[in-house]
Design a protein around this ligand. Structure first.
Ligand code: GLN
Length: 209
């Protein structure tokens, strides 16, 4: 673990998905960013991003790479994790519309519905007001996105869909060290969500020392 005064080291789970964009956004947010594919690499990071991609493939690969149990153990031990889109699915304790046999890592007391906006809605964008980010709304890019169908008391909703038939659905939330978004802030050039996550990692390092 890095000392409190140093730059936090944040890994991006690199078995599948848009890894490079997250590495760049984390570096912009003031972290040292590195890929994680093996348990030893996971053990060396202060925080982890699980990127967007395809959660069914990611699930299979974390099992093949023998990362599933180490990931569950680190999450249970309080490792800060930010899951975007497929990563959000991976962090959900309960999953609706998963593929047969699909498993999640869990950790967050949420029920997530996969491909929730409908098969015909491949991608769309919306301006969202995200609690904890303040000021300007975030341009949220949704790509075959999930939403939070249900959340436990420990979960703080940070953003909801503001327009259209899905208005009111939770699409960003936090439970202590765990952060999720249905959307992809790594593709917009707005690094505030990554900055928030870097702050969460810094806070957790302070609490550990
Ligand atoms: N629909 C994808 C899944 O089920 C998630 C899409 C994404 O991450 N952009 O994993």
């Amino acid at each position: 673990m890095a000392a409190v005064t140093t730059t936090p080291t944040i890994g991006v789970l690199a078995v599948q998905g848009d890894v490079r964009e997250h590495l760049a956004a984390l570096r912009h947010g003031g972290a040292t960013a590195t890929t994680v594919r093996r348990p030893a690499e996971l053990a060396a990071v202060d925080g982890l991003v699980i990127p967007g991609g395809e959660s069914t493939t990611m699930d299979k690969l974390v099992r093949i790479f023998e990362l599933q149990q180490p990931l569950r153990d680190h999450i249970a031990a309080g490792l800060p994790v930010y899951g975007s889109c497929a990563g959000m699915i991976m962090l959900a304790d309960r999953l609706l519309d998963g593929a047969p046999g699909q498993q999640t890592l869990g950790g967050m007391d949420i029920t997530v519905r996969r491909n929730a906006f409908g098969r015909q809605v491949d991608s769309f964008e919306d301006d969202l007001h995200v609690r904890e980010l303040g000021g300007e709304p975030v341009r949220a890019v949704f790509i075959r996105a999930p939403w939070v169908e249900d959340a436990g008391d420990a979960v703080e909703p940070l953003a909801r869909v503001e327009h259209g038939p899905a208005a009111g659905r939770i699409v960003a939330a936090r439970q202590r060290n765990l952060l999720i978004t249905s959307f992809h802030p790594e593709v917009t050039g707005d690094h505030r969500v990554h900055q928030l996550f870097v702050d969460i990692v810094r806070q957790s390092l302070r609490e550990r020392s």
